[in-house]
Design a protein around this ligand. Sequence first.
Ligand SMILES: [Ca+2]
Ligand SMILES: [Ca+2]
Ligand SMILES: [Ca+2]
Length: 472
Amino acid sequence: AKPPPTATPANPPPPNNSPPRTDAAAPAPRTDSAGPGETPADRALRAFLDHGPRAGVMIAAHRGQWRRAPENSLAAVRAGFADGAEIVEVDVRLTKDGVPVLMHDERVDRTTDGTGRVADLTLAQLRGLRLRAGLGGRQAAVTGERVPTLAEVMGAARTLGLVNLDQAWKDREAVWRVLEQTGTVRNGLFKSRAPATEVRAFLDRHRGALYMHLVDDANAASVGDFGQNRPPAFEVVFDDVRDKVAAPAFAEGLRATGRVWFNTMRNGYAARFTDEASLIDPARGWGALIARHKATILQTDNVRTLKSYLTTGAPDPVPAGAVRVQAENYAPGGEGRAYHDIDPGNRGDGPGRRGENVDVCDHDGAVVVCWMRGSEWLTYGFDVPKAGRYTLKARVSSPYSPAGTYRIAFDRAGPGRPVPVANTTAHHAFDLQDSRDPRELAAGHHHVLLSLDAGAFQNWNLDYLQLEPVRP
Ligand SMILES: [Ca+2]
Ligand SMILES: [Ca+2]
Ligand SMILES: [Ca+2]
């Protein structure tokens, strides 16, 4: 039920109840106030080129804001900027007829309703396809969105912000022509891990091109190859906190002349400093990267929560009047009393409760109940602050359609109506879904039973439950 891990970082995750102490202070105030007549893109460029000690942290949206539109779609690029990203990262490939388009994979199979390699399809053939929702996958809904050309995306981004052109280096001359034709030379951010001589040749040929250099332990020495003429930003990748490039002194050296970019989407790009770990405690993710590793650009799958953290210090605040209980913090009492789990032991890789059978997984930093199967159930205690009408929301993930069905029973009454869990397009793509089965609750302690229908397909993960007041 769980995909194989994309990386196996050697540093073990800290125990859930003892986050590592860092000197993660509140994030620095942002320095991106508008000058007269400036567009958001002008501000983003100015911020990107400003590496001074007071430079704030910039947000880069990974493959666009795919939580609101298909990854690498025009709508996802627009949504990324609308949600607060100054940079949107996209993946560029050439069609059979040589047109740069947005597509992450070599093949169109995961993210569209078609099949085949991008390089074997003409633009006209690609335009006949429809993109799948979110991160795609075989069971993700087909949307009305089409594969966009790079020209369309750059045209849309011209006043909105910067576009990080991933996978574009091998086709950089064709991509450069698109930037020139669309008047977006100041928006397009190239990146590579090519030798400095190759980078320098490109930048000499195309004055004004924006460039960021990618470094990990294998090419850390390439920083020195740029001499006094360093690019304005470095992207640093480390899968282990003991990597050379993970040393705070390495990042400090880069910060002296430019911005430092880290990726927090999954485990293994910045060890285990991830978006999901940041939601549990920013000191386990973004906060540590900012304080210890001098991050001034963070690429995220959670634009809104990172924006919330940078502006308020709280990534995922509990709404006013609501009560949140982590799924893994189910009631004490053991099998048959507090929970029922059909297979012995913890099948997950997360911090399960010793001697108990509930399955707990760590999905890139999210600690969740997983391997949820029909007939299993869990119980929770909720302390409701004020009498009123409440709805229960569940933060869930699943790449399946349907993902599963659960029922909620309050205070040992009969179970409510079946609640479908919607496909979120990946095990690591969590979404807060409303059960739409509101109840009147008195103030005080309530017992909640969450049960999985025995006859229904069940393959989903549960991060937390949240009881929210329903506004009349
Ligand atoms: Ca189990
Ligand atoms: Ca189970
Ligand atoms: Ca959780």
